[in-house]
Ligand binder design. Structure first.
Ligand code: SF4
Ligand code: ZN
Length: 339
């Protein structure tokens, strides 16, 4: 391996874009500067913020918590609280919860654990069971993503958060970009921006401080700071997710043609910026059932709850009525409305 381009000590990382090499200390400095630059460039944070860091307990989210906690010590107006959404996945979530609890105790960080059970009325394992029993065509990750966003937004509001920071890195973002192309979900592509502001519609502003950070960079940062979990546990539902195949394909492409990842990110940025200039404000409405922000009269989480039989009978009647009044909702509901 080369020597550090700054101090000449043995390097541990070489930036694939400009071939600059970094030793341990200069890598940490490079990484934190990159995150700070992203925060500044996309105006992610103001002087006074209560930052809710969405933590899964995995290496990326603990690395994000670590950076923001470190930065907050120099910013008196910033307060950082970690929130972990426990979906209720047996044999998986317990381990990552331990990682957060250990990190928080060691670094004196406030944290809260909220669950699907508490906010939705069923764990993900129960939801998957119910969905299968009802013949619903959705994959576990579809419920998981929708409900996790929903629970996080509600919990963050309850805690008085002003902004939600998630650990989506460059790799995550471009994987989602390709997944949305594959499934012809063009609208979702436009949401893959570094900042999603929608205070008007009830969503707390969401930011991705790792937007320009490669997965291997955040992993290395976690490793060098002793944040990485000793054993990697994979979610049992991961095998159903096309993301993992796409991830493998992009990594193979990057190995053969370095720069592909940044190329995909830049294409995404061009696309989303173009769209933003076309319609500056993305008008949102509020779900008529739960009051959470939604692009339709009933939000995706409430439609899933309806299909899974997790709504009250009054809610179910109201949703049936709303589906009748708004035929566009039929597109999102698999079951016949009478069931
Ligand atoms: Fe949720 Fe799917 Fe991730 Fe498992 S793999 S935590 S089900 S999104
Ligand atoms: Zn709703």
């Amino acid at each position: 391996m080369a020597n550090c381009s700054i101090c000449g000590r043995p390097a541990i990382y070489v930036n694939p874009v400009n071939n600059k090499a970094y030793c341990r200390n200069h890598f940490i400095e490079y990484f934190e500067k990159k995150v700070k630059k992203t925060i500044r460039k996309y105006r992610m944070l103001d002087k006074n913020e209560h930052i809710i860091v969405a933590v899964s307990g995995g290496k990326d989210s603990i690395a994000l918590l670590h950076v923001l906690h470190k930065l907050s010590r120099k910013m008196p107006g910033w307060r950082v609280t970690a929130v972990l959404v426990d979906e209720g996945i047996k044999g998986y979530r317990e381990k990552t919860v331990e990682n957060l609890v250990a990190y928080a105790a060691k670094n004196k960080v406030d944290y809260h654990i909220v669950s699907f059970k508490e906010y939705i009325g069923a764990s993900l394992d129960e939801i998957v069971e119910k969905g299968r029993a009802r013949g619903l065509p959705y994959l576990p990750c579809s419920y998981c993503g929708v409900f996790r966003r929903y629970v996080l937004n509600k919990a963050a509001r309850r805690l008085g958060g002003t902004v939600i920071a998630t650990a989506h890195n460059l790799d995550d973002v471009i994987q989602t970009f390709l997944m949305n192309i594959v499934s012809n979900s063009v609208d979702k592509i436009y949401k893959l921006t570094p900042v999603i502001s929608d205070e008007e519609g009830g969503f707390i502003k969401r930011i991705k401080p790792f937007y320009t950070v490669l997965e291997k960079e955040s992993a290395l940062y976690a490793l060098l700071n002793g944040l990485i979990e000793p054993e990697y546990v994979q979610c049992p539902y991961a095998e159903y997710n096309i993301r993992f195949t796409i991830r493998k394909l992009i990594n193979e492409l990057e190995d053969k043609h370095p720069g592909v990842k940044y190329g995909l990110l830049n294409s995404l940025i061009s696309l989303t910026q173009e769209k933003q200039t076309r319609d500056t404000v993305n008008k949102k409405q509020v779900c008529k059932i739960c009051g959470e922000p939604s692009s339709h009269p009933v939000c995706r989480a409430c439609l899933y709850r309806y299909e899974l039989g997790l709504t009250t009978s009054e809610e179910a009647d109201r949703i049936t009525e709303l589906i009748r009044e708004n035929p566009v909702l039929k597109k999102y509901v698999y079951l016949k409305q009478s069931s």
